[in-house]
Design a protein around this ligand. Structure first.
Ligand SMILES: NC(=O)c1ccc[n+]([C@@H]2O[C@H](COP(=O)([O-])OP(=O)(O)OC[C@H]3O[C@@H](n4cnc5c(N)ncnc54)[C@H](OP(=O)(O)O)[C@@H]3O)[C@@H](O)[C@H]2O)c1
Length: 355
């Protein structure tokens, strides 16, 4: 792809056409206001590549970290941001065998992680980050091995939520050994948390959901939560113990992170599992290592998921008719509004932008 031709800043209504015809949004990690559109040359798929027309992108908290340029997420050049997406295959290379024109597909977040455990070789080029491809583009090319067919029971807006938020929740529950009757504590009602709630409820687990906003708890109950806890009003760990006859949760989906891990350590049962996912409360924290030892619990670091996990999730969604919760859908031009909405934290479910 040739260098982009500058177009318009978020706040301005002007777009200077370049010689190409494909629209992309670019960030240099200087905040939502710094996002700008550009017109670039249309990508052409190589022999083993597919050309994807992006239909919808779903926003994740990580996208805010990249666009705000926080820590190692800061790009050192203009990049196309956003990782979660669904698109339609518009063209295929001469050697492509996995897909046909018209298929709705999902790009994997870590393109080289196909199956098995994550390794140094496969932990590379995360989508939507400083070094990977970004999905906030009208068209994207990728190796056919780096995509998965979308669930047939979801539309593209719903399916766009799966490559990051969906697969992370799936990975967390798979690693921690969920089964019918398992007590699962889910912190918050963000994209990963709600997907974990929906999957766990579909498996037949007993799900407890916390939130800092009581009205969201009503919705969590509708989605299958057996119990809910208003985090601002009640001591979460004490309440989980009360609800479980003093035992604690079998599995905790730790989507908040930071010092909330201490709450999870108080809430997990002896021999239980904590899937550590979230960075919302910071990248470092003081927690009680004593509690980790005395609960004999297992703490799992969870990094999104492999292509195989995404394929498993797609099959599960089709089999159990799980429908991801969409908070709102925004137009391509309104990406800044959509990101600010995510930043405000008032959303319930996924914030999606359509192309
Ligand atoms: N490890 C991985 O592979 C992976 C993958 C995806 C996401 N993540 C991380 O997981 C976390 C959740 O991601 P997400 O996309 O689900 O987030 P999200 O949709 O933005 O959800 C955030 C929700 O978490 C709750 N929350 C609790 N404490 C919070 C705090 N201090 N700041 C902001 N929100 C807080 C809020 O729910 P209530 O209003 O109900 O309390 C809020 O709506 C993020 O840190 C993200 O980076 C990690």
């Amino acid at each position: 792809m040739r260098p982009y031709i500058l177009v318009c800043m978020v706040g301005k209504a002007r777009m200077i056409e370049g010689t190409g015809s494909m629209r992309v949004w670019l960030t240099e990690g200087d905040g939502i206001e710094g996002l700008r559109q550009a017109v670039v040359d249309d990508p052409v798929p190589g022999p083993r590549e597919i050309l994807l027309r992006t239909v919808a992108v779903a926003l994740n908290y990580r996208d805010l970290l990249v666009i705000r340029g926080e820590g190692t997420w800061k790009p050192n050049r203009p990049i196309v941001p956003i990782s979660d997406a669904a698109g339609v295959v518009e063209a295929i290379g001469s050697k492509v065998t996995r897909f046909e024109r018209g298929d709705v597909v999902l790009p994997t977040f870590l393109p080289k992680w196909r199956s098995g455990p994550l390794t140094a070789e496969t932990y590379t080029m995360p989508t939507g980050g400083p070094r990977g491809r970004g999905m906030l583009a009208e068209f994207v090319t990728m190796d056919e091995q780096e995509a998965v067919r979308a669930p047939r029971t979801l539309d593209a807006v719903q399916a766009a939520t799966l490559p990051v938020a969906g697969v992370t929740a799936w990975h967390a529950l798979r690693r921690t050994g969920i089964s019918p009757g398992t007590v699962v504590l889910v912190h918050g009602t963000g994209g990963v948390a709600l997907m974990a709630l929906q999957i766990a409820a579909a498996v037949g687990a007993e799900v407890i959901v916390t939130s800092g906003r009581p009205h969201k708890l009503d919705r969590a109950r509708v989605l299958g939560a057996r119990h809910t806890i208003d985090r601002r009003r009640l001591d979460v760990a004490a309440e989980v113990r009360r609800l479980t006859g003093g035992v604690g949760a079998d599995i905790v989906i730790e989507t908040i992170g930071g010092s909330n891990l201490d709450v999870s350590l108080d809430a997990v049962r002896i021999g239980g599992h904590i899937a550590f996912i979230g960075l919302l409360a910071g990248l470092k924290a003081e927690v009680s290592t004593y509690k980790l030892v005395t609960t004999n619990a297992t703490l799992h670091g969870i990094e999104t998921g492999s292509r195989e996990m995404l394929e498993e999730l797609v099959a599960f969604i089709d089999a159990h008719r799980v429908v991801p919760v969409i908070d709102s859908t925004h137009r391509w031009e309104d990406i800044a509004t959509a990101l600010r909405h995510l930043e405000a934290g008032t959303h319930l479910g996924k914030v999606v932008v359509t192309a």
